[in-house]
Write a protein that binds this ligand. Structure first.
Ligand code: ADP
Length: 373
């Protein structure tokens, strides 16, 4: 028998034993006292002479009265033994009820430690033990989901690295084998793939840091228009190249926000970059910042484009890493596949929310909030 079960049985039996002994002792003492008093009271109120009364008393406390008291005593000790036996049996059941969920929990913990994240404990009660089992199951669920996400992430990374590397390898081998010449176009194509690899690796580094909660934010009071200006400067050559107009609508009295300027630049760069990639020539991108509404202590920023839009069924997944609406097309446009996942982590790390709305064929709106200073 395991020690906790044994301890519980011993403790319950000792408690029952002590209670019964106390009760029996007390009852014995009280009965004796009460009986004596009854006889004495009888003697005081008696009309008989004291001598005669004492004789009568002696007669009353004869063998039959003593037998009566002994019988009462004996039945009390029999009752005590019965109570102790019942308490012992009850403690067995009680100990089993307490320890069996703990045994289940130990078994489940061993399974989880061995990597069997699908293992769950049956929840049969709604008390503290049931609550513990539910919490354990939630933990196992989170571990299972994280494990799946990790596997997807590794598979995604391998897939994303494979495509540019295959292109680079194929082109270089063709040149080495003398099948094709190292023309400037060929070298430019290889260069584009190395740029893509570089971006992917940088994005993955940020993503893993963010997922591990190690992305340190250097928060300070920031004016959103200064960050937007910097991003538009960075992106201007690409806007001009595609003939896309960019409208910026930031109210002059917009309050400052608490943010890391570099990370805020990254959020806006990813969102505007996506809008640029998915909007055809002569399209329009609008950046709108809105002041807090009512008691809301946050501002809302949205990036709207007149691009291809996103189908409704894809919208819930676009913030997951490596989720692409159109695998081949978006890759060809130079996306790393983790841009929006990084945006979501960064916005949430700032205490904000991010979401997307879209109408296929008309365009998309990506909005996020940031807490005020
Ligand atoms: P990528 O680097 O491939 O663009 P993201 O995580 O930034 O990856 O975006 C995920 C997917 O969401 C993209 O592959 C694309 O299909 C879709 N998407 C993102 N932004 C837009 C947009 N503005 N318009 C249309 N589709 C978009």
């Amino acid at each position: 028998m395991k020690s906790l079960t044994l301890k519980l049985i011993i403790i319950t039996t000792i408690i029952a034993l002590v209670s019964v002994a106390l009760m029996a002792g007390l009852a014995n003492y009280t009965i004796k006292n009460q009986f004596d008093q009854y006889l004495r009271e009888g003697s005081e109120s008696s009309l008989l002479r004291p001598n005669l009364h004492m004789q009568l008393l002696q007669h009353m406390m004869g063998p039959s009265e003593e037998r009566f008291l002994a019988l009462v005593n004996r039945s009390m000790w029999i009752a005590a033994v019965i109570v102790i036996v019942v308490a012992g049996l009850a403690s067995l059941v009680f100990a089993d009820r307490i320890t069996s969920p703990i045994k289940q929990l130990t078994k489940a913990s061993r399974k989880i430690a061995a990597g069997e994240f699908h293992y769950r404990i049956p929840v049969s009660t709604h008390d503290e033990i049931g609550e513990l089992a539910e919490t354990f199951n939630t933990m196992a669920e989170t571990l299972e989901r994280n494990e799946q996400l990790n596997q997807q992430l590794y598979a995604g990374i391998a897939h994303e690295l494979k495509t540019p590397l295959t292109i680079i390898q194929g082109n270089l081998e063709a040149v080495l084998d003398g099948v094709s010449e190292a023309t400037p176009e060929k070298i430019a194509a290889i260069h584009t793939e190395t740029l893509l690899l570089n971006r992917l690796i940088n994005d993955l580094r940020d993503l893993t840091l963010a997922e591990a909660g190690q992305l340190k934010l250097q928060k300070k009071d920031v004016r959103i228009n200064s960050v937007v200006k910097k991003v538009v400067e960075l992106i201007q050559p690409m806007l001009s190249e595609k003939g896309i107009t960019m409208n910026i609508d930031i109210p002059s009295g917009l309050p400052q926000v608490q943010a890391d300027p570099d990370r805020l630049t990254q959020i806006l760069y990813n969102l505007i970059g996506n809008a640029l990639r998915h909007t055809s020539e002569k399209g329009k991108i609008t950046l709108l910042a809105e002041p807090p509404v009512g008691d809301n202590k946050e501002i809302k920023v949205s990036v709207t484009d007149t691009g291809e839009g996103i189908p409704e069924e894809d919208l819930p997944y676009i913030f997951n890493h490596f989720y692409r609406v159109d695998q081949a097309r978006t890759r060809a446009k130079g996306g790393s596949g983790v841009g929006l996942a990084i945006v979501r982590y960064l916005v949430e790390a700032h205490g904000g929310r991010v979401w997307a709305e879209s109408e296929p064929g008309k365009g998309s709106i990506f909005s996020f909030t940031l807490p005020l200073s």
